[in-house]
Design a protein around this ligand. Structure first.
Ligand code: MN
Length: 252
């Protein structure tokens, strides 16, 4: 049996039908390509413990911004957009429970921000206006453009991501107007762009908690090295699943 990887979708709207859950298919394709079975975890207030009984790993996906007062900001920047308390509440609850159970986690774009804020860190609400001398972190809008790297990320050796990539530099896409500011306790920075912005973090206390600010799910088909991040998640999910079957991890 393959590991089951839960993916958190975002929230949008569809014509006159009200709110919908939305997520690019590329996340599902990346999990499938890495040997996992994807399952969507729609944000709700119904509880997260039951979900942890189903999944062997979790991807926190990209999307809109976290409510700024969750990390102590007393203002909302004019560029901060798409705040959803439903999604924030759900993802922070899921993160806390998943960390407690040591479930393997890959946190992508908004996901790395959820990881940092959930552990007590803060964010730049708008990199272009709040981070001096930033490189360009916005991808051109044409369909298909997200598979192309637009900046490099320097990768730390002797890290999860360094071992997976086997290199100290990786070209990445970039589509984020926010980024990590004060690093949360326990996190380790393992990737930075040329402007010293934080692009990748890990939580060394856990078996596999990796956050990246870029979108590997949109690059893996054209650039194989980005599939290795999902392969790393799947390898740990296989171990976790086996331990869960033996009753050696708490599946709360
Ligand atoms: Mn970037």
């Amino acid at each position: 049996m393959k590991p089951v990887i839960g993916i958190t979708p975002g929230i949008g709207a569809f014509e006159n039908r009200g709110e919908i859950f939305r997520m690019e298919i590329s996340y599902v394709q990346a999990v499938e390509a890495a040997g996992g079975v994807p399952i969507l975890l729609p944000p709700s207030g119904a509880g997260v413990a039951e979900l942890l009984g189903i999944v062997d790993g979790i991807i926190f996906s990209g999307g809109a911004d976290i409510r700024p007062d969750r990390y102590g900001d007393d203002y909302v920047h004019e560029k901060t957009y798409g705040i959803s308390d439903l999604r924030d509440d759900f993802e922070f609850a899921l993160l806390e429970a998943a960390l407690r159970a040591d479930v393997p986690i890959l946190a992508i774009c908004r996901g790395i921000q959820v990881l940092n804020v959930g552990l007590g860190g803060t964010l730049y609400q708008d990199v272009p206006t709040e981070y001096p001398n930033a490189v360009r972190h916005s991808q051109p809008w044409e369909i298909g453009s997200f598979e192309h790297p637009i900046h490099d990320v320097a990768i730390e050796r002797d890290s999860l991501i360094g071992d997976l990539l086997g290199t100290t530099t990786v070209g990445t896409n970039s589509a984020h107007h926010q980024s990590l500011k004060r690093l949360a306790p326990g996190l380790r920075v393992v990737g930075r762009s040329a402007d010293q912005g934080i692009e990748a973090v890990e939580l060394p206390d856990k078996r596999f908690v990796l956050g990246v600010q870029w979108h590997p799910e949109k690059m893996f088909q054209a650039h194989e090295e980005h599939l290795r991040l999902f392969a790393g998640l799947l390898a740990e999910a296989r171990t976790y699943k086996a331990q869960k079957a033996l009753g050696t991890v708490a599946a709360d």
